[in-house]
Design a protein around this ligand. Structure first.
Ligand SMILES: NC(=O)c1ccc[n+]([C@@H]2O[C@H](COP(=O)([O-])OP(=O)(O)OC[C@H]3O[C@@H](n4cnc5c(N)ncnc54)[C@H](OP(=O)(O)O)[C@@H]3O)[C@@H](O)[C@H]2O)c1
Length: 329
């Protein structure tokens, strides 16, 4: 496994990380098996994956609870990453989405962050969070200034409750506002070979400011592993049904693209998930591939990508072929 420093934090994280959204279950992911989720996290640590990313809102506490159980006794092996800013047990903030009978609000008020952190520390059975993200920026009507949010995060950092300060789903202008107050070391953002929006502005900005990018949904929720075929039916609730590349006409194009990489998987003696993940972390500015998983077999597959280095000519070819694919209909 290769490891990279997160920003200037001194924290070394595995280039393939474990994303713990799906283990929270719920309508977006369908039912999850907690025992299998625990095995998956154990398998990740055994395979050298040290960064585990979760959030309070994933399964409304369930994901954090499971991560806490899985890492009990192994805390010193883990770079523990969680988030604040999506709350469901208060009327504070601005409504974002409804799920499982809850209204989830965006809120980054200092008092709310402190309350959320207490909940995360309890569920994760720890005294410190290594990477603490603001999950989504606030929006009107209940906007909190970035200066106020960042002031609170700096206090929590000074108190030793969080180590690296991180942001997610932000623009470069918002990162400017964070950096005007203090240091951020990580930006967690959506990035996959099929969605390289970050290349234009955010990735160069992060490189210039020594901010590591944790690329989320790098496998396009499984599509880029080649294991989601044309016959896979999606329910309306399932998160994947909101992703344009899953529409059948678009999915066909992606599956044809992946089939064209058979020579590469043969050359490296690897799976498509490994090829795609290795290519993702070879992109400029992309530090970590935050691969979601809830099965030990998937974790073991993805972890191998952490020791696979692709020939730059192959990386260029894959980029070009994805570019040739164009946009989804
Ligand atoms: N900051 C944010 O706003 C944000 C947003 C989204 C995600 N994230 C983070 O990023 C992580 C990853 O993103 P993601 O879960 O959306 O997408 P992803 O990593 O692209 O896909 C994860 C899903 O792909 C399937 N999969 C993974 N490895 C596989 C393999 N080797 N073979 C076959 N299928 C495989 C699994 O689906 P099944 O379990 O259904 O089999 C898995 O749950 C999340 O867990 C979360 O930590 C953050």
């Amino acid at each position: 496994m290769q490891y990279r420093e997160l920003g200037r934090s001194g924290i070394q994280a595995s280039v393939v990380a474990f994303g713990a959204w799906a283990i929270g279950g719920g309508p977006w992911w369908g039912e999850s098996d907690d025992q299998e989720s625990l095995r998956a996290i154990g398998a990740a640590l055994d395979a050298g994956i040290n960064l585990i990313d979760t959030a309070p809102v994933y399964g409304f506490g369930r994901s954090e609870e499971l991560v806490g159980r899985a890492i009990a006794g192994r805390r010193d092996e883990v770079v523990l990453s969680t988030k604040c800013g999506l709350v469901w047990d208060t009327a504070d903030g601005t409504p974002f989405f409804e799920q499982s009978g809850y209204t989830v609000n965006r809120c980054l008020e200092p008092a709310s962050i402190r309350k959320e952190l207490e909940g995360s520390l309890r569920r994760l059975r720890t005294e410190v969070i290594d990477v603490y993200h603001t999950h989504w920026p606030t929006v009107p009507p209940a906007t909190t200034s970035i200066a106020e949010t960042m002031g609170c995060l700096l206090e929590l950092q000074a108190a030793g409750q969080i180590r690296a300060i991180a942001v997610s789903n932000v623009s470069t202008a918002q990162m400017d506002d964070y950096l005007a107050v203090g240091r951020i070391d990580v930006n967690q953002a959506r990035y996959s070979l099929l969605d390289r929006t970050l290349d234009a502005e955010v990735a160069p900005y992060c490189v210039a400011h020594d901010i590591s990018i944790l690329a989320y949904s790098p496998l396009e929720q499984g599509l880029l592993t080649g294991k989601i075929g044309m016959d896979r039916e999606l329910t309306d609730d399932e998160f994947r049904s909101s992703l344009p590349w899953y529409k059948l006409a678009n999915r066909r194009r992606v599956l044809d693209l992946l089939a064209g990489w058979a020579d590469l998987t043969a050359h490296y003696d690897c799976t498509l998930a490994q090829l795609v993940t290795a290519c993702t972390v070879a992109q400029p500015g992309i530090t970590i591939a935050l691969c979601g998983a809830r099965k030990a077999a998937h974790v073991l597959d993805n972890a191998v990508a952490g020791r696979l280095t692709l020939d730059p000519a192959h990386v260029r070819r894959m980029r070009q072929e994805v570019a040739n694919l164009g946009q989804p209909e």
